[in-house]
Design a protein around this ligand. Structure first.
Ligand SMILES: *Cc1c(COP(=O)(O)O)cnc(C)c1O
Length: 376
C-alpha cells in the first residue's frame, strides 16, 4: 500500500462526460470551454473567466494583462511553487519576495509594505495550502500604493475569506487544475476577474493576441477578417479537458467537505504530540485544504521524512523557498533571506490529503508520524 500526498478522484460520471466530447464536433475551443468558464466564474462569484492550458499559463497571461514588463517589481511569497515568481520573469519583470507569517505560512502584509519601492507594480499573494491570505490588509496596501493584485489561487478553489469564495476579490485570480489540486482537468488553469478590460486582454493573450471582436479591431475587411493586436501565446485548453472540469466542479463541495474532515482528524491525532506543529487556521479563512503541512523539529525532519517514505507514505515538502533554487541564486537572489520562510522550510513535511483518502489512511499516517517523531 502506498499513500500518495495528493491524487485525483475520477468516477464513471467524469469519464462519461469526457467520452461524450470525443464523439462530438469540437475537441477544443467549443461549447465545453465556455461552459466550464461559466461554471467556475459562477462558483467563485466572478463576472468573467478565461480557461487556459495550465495554472502557470494563467499566471503568465494575468501578468501580461496587468501590463507587467521590464523594470517592474512584483511582490510574492517565497513559500510557493516557482511558477508564482517565474510568471513575472517571463514578462521581464523582477519578483521580490516578502516573508511569510509564522502562523499561517502565508505572505505577511507588513513585509509586503516594507518591500514596496517606486518600481513596485503588483502583488501576487499565494493562498498557500488553500488557506486564503489576509486579503483586507493586502487590498488596503494595494489601494494605498496603486498596485495590481493577482491572487495565485492554484490551491484554493472552494476556499473562503470572510465568508466569500476566493476568485472575485482582487483584479484577477488564477487557478490550476493539475491532478493534485482540489479539482482537475488533467492539465488546466483559469483566470477570473470582474474587470471587462482585463478580461478582454486575458482573452487576447491566451490565444496569440488575436481577436475577431469587431469593437476591438481597427477595421473590418470581411467575414474572414481577424487581427493580431498583442504578442500572445497558444495557452488554449481543450473541450475534452473542460468536460472533465465541469464534471469535477459538481463534486467540488463534497471533495472540500471530506478534505476538511480529514484535516480535523489529523489535527486531533496530533493534539498531544509536542514534536508536531499542526497547521494554524486564521479565523477569517476557510481553507480548501489542498495541503496538510506539519512542522517537526528541523534536526529530525530528514529522518522522519525517510521513515514515513519507508512506511509507504508519499510525504513531500512544499516548498523550498523559491529564491533558494540555483536559477534564482544565479540571477541576483543570492543575498535574499526571508527568515520565517527558511525556518518553516527547515521543519516542513507535507502529509497526504486528497478527496478519496480514507479515515483509516489518516489514522495510519498519524500513527507512523507519532512513531517517527518519538517522545510525544
Ligand atoms: C500548482 C501551482 C501552480 C502552477 O499550476 P500548473 O497548473 O501546474 O501550471 C502555480 N502556483 C501554485 C501556488 C501552485 O500550487
Amino acid at each position: 500500500m502506498y499513500i500518495p500526498y495528493g491524487r485525483q478522484s475520477i468516477r464513471e460520471e467524469d469519464i462519461e462526460e469526457v467520452v461524450r466530447v470525443l464523439r462530438s464536433d469540437y475537441l477544443t475551443t467549443g461549447p465545453k470551454v465556455t461552459e466550464f468558464e461559466k461554471v467556475v466564474a459562477d462558483y467563485v462569484g466572478a463576472k468573467y473567466a478565461v480557461a487556459v492550458s495550465n495554472g502557470t499559463a494563467a499566471l503568465h497571461i494575468a501578468c501580461l494583462a496587468a501590463g507587467i514588463g521590464a523594470g517592474d517589481e512584483v511582490i510574492t511569497s517565497p513559500i510557493t511553487f516557482a511558477a508564482s515568481a517565474n510568471c513575472v520573469l517571463y514578462c521581464g519583470g523582477t519578483p521580490v519576495f516578502a516573508d511569510i507569517k509564522k502562523d499561517t505560512y502565508n505572505i505577511d502584509p507588513e513585509d509586503i509594505e516594507r518591500k514596496i519601492t517606486p518600481k513596485t507594480k503588483a502583488i501576487i499573494p499565494v493562498h498557500y495550502t488553500g488557506q486564503p491570505c489576509e486579503m483586507d490588509a493586502i487590498t488596503e496596501i494595494a489601494k494605498k500604493h496603486n498596485l495590481i493584485v493577482i491572487e495565485d489561487g492554484a490551491q484554493v478553489i472552494s476556499g473562503e475569506y470572510k465568508g466569500k469564495k476566493i476568485g472575485s476579490i482582487s483584479d484577477m485570480t488564477t487557478f490550476s487544475f493539475h491532478p493534485v489540486k482540489p479539482v482537475t482537468t488533467g492539465e488546466g488553469g483559469m483566470v477570473t476577474t470582474n474587470n471587462k478590460k482585463l478580461y478582454e486582454r486575458l482573452k487576447l493573450f491566451h490565444t496569440h493576441g488575436i481577436t475577431r471582436e469587431p469593437e476591438l479591431m481597427d477595421k473590418q475587411d470581411g467575414p474572414w477578417y481577424y487581427e493580431q493586436l498583442e504578442l500572445g501565446f497558444n495557452y488554449r485548453i481543450t473541450d475534452i479537458q473542460c468536460a472533465l472540469g465541469i464534471s469535477q466542479m459538481r463534486r467540488l463541495d463534497a471533495f472540500a467537505k471530506h478534505r476538511r474532515a480529514l484535516a480535523a482528524r489529523y489535527n486531533q491525532g496530533f493534539a498531544d504530540c509536542k514534536n508536531v506543529i499542526t497547521p494554524y487556521q486564521h479565523p477569517d479563512c476557510l481553507s480548501s485544504w489542498h495541503l496538510y503541512m506539519i512542522q517537526v523539529p528541523a534536526d529530525m525532519r530528514k529522518a522522519v521524512f525517510e521513515k514515513l517514505r519507508q512506511a509507504g507514505i508519499g510525504v513531500n515538502v512544499h516548498y523550498i523557498p523559491v529564491y533558494k533554487h540555483p536559477y534564482y541564486q544565479a540571477h541576483g537572489y543570492q543575498d535574499i533571506c526571508c527568515p520565517n520562510a527558511e525556518t518553516f522550510y527547515a521543519g516542513a513535511i507535507t502529509l497526504p490529503l486528497y478527496a478519496d483518502m480514507t479515515e483509516e489512511q489518516v489514522d495510519y499516517v498519524v500513527e507512523k508520524v507519532v512513531d517517527a517523531v518519538g517522545s510525544c
